[in-house]
Design a binder for this molecule. Structure first.
Ligand code: TXA
Ligand code: MG
Length: 323
């Protein structure tokens, strides 16, 4: 049933209050975070969480992240929290680090797609933490895109995918980081990164005493059906990754971090902040294909490469490039 999606201003206290009231009433509200916009809903109401999966078109076997206002909130979501979790939070929270912990029995299983674990993080924007505190319970929030589409880094992206299907989007401006949080699993040793993000393995190693391994191809793949692969973070146009300029046809749309010698390409800037916006722009412009020119800078960025490889999964033309 279509509805009017309100556009609320995060810097306006009465709009923030309106967002809180909608959430308390069990509605879905897109919220700003430092990484990407999230589609927030109440954690402890299974019907509301089920509606969130439905509206996003998300496979039921892909668990959600619970967003907390404070570290103390995490005790409502997880049990047997290891001391390293508190030390990591002291250093990196609020910020783009998500921790996988043991799920608290009071958290509905649907939040974690039935897993005994749960993902939690504390988002950086103060307004977003104020909102969670005002609602009075941590909020589940997957990225606020339709499943399979690039994550939204601006309120317009949310409206593009979910306008008319959610109660509101809280406009906090463009996201400062632009790609999703680092997800670190603390339920198995060695602790491992299941999704690379802004906080890298080297930074984490200072706290862990070792560099956490990066588990490849595990995120956004159903944990209970590991053979299945979704094409994620993907624009409609096929995405080709190449480190060979000759492989790029003249006139093609090219995302790159460096000016290219040839003036014949349609060049757009590539960075964590601009990636998803450029993917969406390419779709609006109905670009037939997107080429990504892999410079050493891009190849050395684990988090960015992870998103690019996922976007290119179903475009068989990825060249052999060395990382
Ligand atoms: O930056 C972010 O993390 C954004 C903002 C909105 O906070 N959220 C986000 O959520 O990216 P989502 O739902 O799009 O991605 C959550 C990721 C998925 O890869 C999911 O499989 C993984 O976290 N995840 C969640 N719970 C998990 C669990 N219990 N075990 C393993 N992976 C989990
Ligand atoms: Mg997502």
């Amino acid at each position: 049933m279509p509805m009017e999606t309100l556009r609320l201003d995060a810097s306006n206290p009465s709009d923030l209050e309106c967002a809180a009231e909608l959430l308390i009433a069990g509605k879905l509200v897109a919220i700003p975070t430092e990484t990407v916009y999230g589609l927030a809903a109440r954690t402890f109401v299974p019907d509301v969480v089920a509606e969130l999966y439905r509206v996003k078109g998300r496979p039921q076997d892909n668990p959600l992240i619970v967003h907390c206002a404070t570290a103390k909130d995490i005790e409502r979501i997880a049990i047997d929290i290891p001391p390293i979790a508190w030390r990591l939070l002291e250093r990196f929270a609020p910020g783009p680090l998500t921790l996988i912990l043991k799920r608290h029995p009071s958290v509905p299983p649907i939040v974690s797609a039935g897993l005994p674990t749960v993902a939690v993080r504390i988002p950086a924007p103060a307004v977003t933490r104020q909102l969670i505190a005002r609602v009075g319970e941590p909020l589940v929030a997957p990225s606020a895109n339709r499943s399979g589409r690039p994550s939204p880094t601006r309120p317009e992206h949310v409206l593009e995918d979910l306008g008319g299907q959610i109660a509101a989007v809280l406009d906090g401006g463009p996201c400062s980081i632009g790609i999703e949080s680092t997800v670190l699993n603390l339920t198995d040793e060695p602790y491992a990164i299941v999704r690379p993000g802004a906080i890298g393995a080297v930074e984490l190693s200072q706290m862990l005493g070792y560099e956490p391994p990066i588990v490849r191809h595990s995120q956004d793949v159903a944990p209970v059906a590991p053979g299945m692969k979704y094409r994620h973070y993907a624009p409609r146009a096929p995405v080709f990754l190449t480190s060979t300029l000759d492989a790029i046809p003249h006139g093609a749309l090219v995302l790159t971090t460096e000016p290219l010698p040839n003036e014949d390409y349609h060049i757009r800037p590539l960075s964590r902040q601009t990636l998803y916006d450029e993917f969406r722009r390419a779709d609006r412009e109905q670009a037939p294909a997107i080429y990504v020119y892999l410079t050493p800078l891009v190849l050395s960025d684990e988090a960015l490469m992870n998103r690019l490889e996922k976007a290119a999964v179903s475009s068989q033309h990825t060249d052999n490039f060395t990382r």
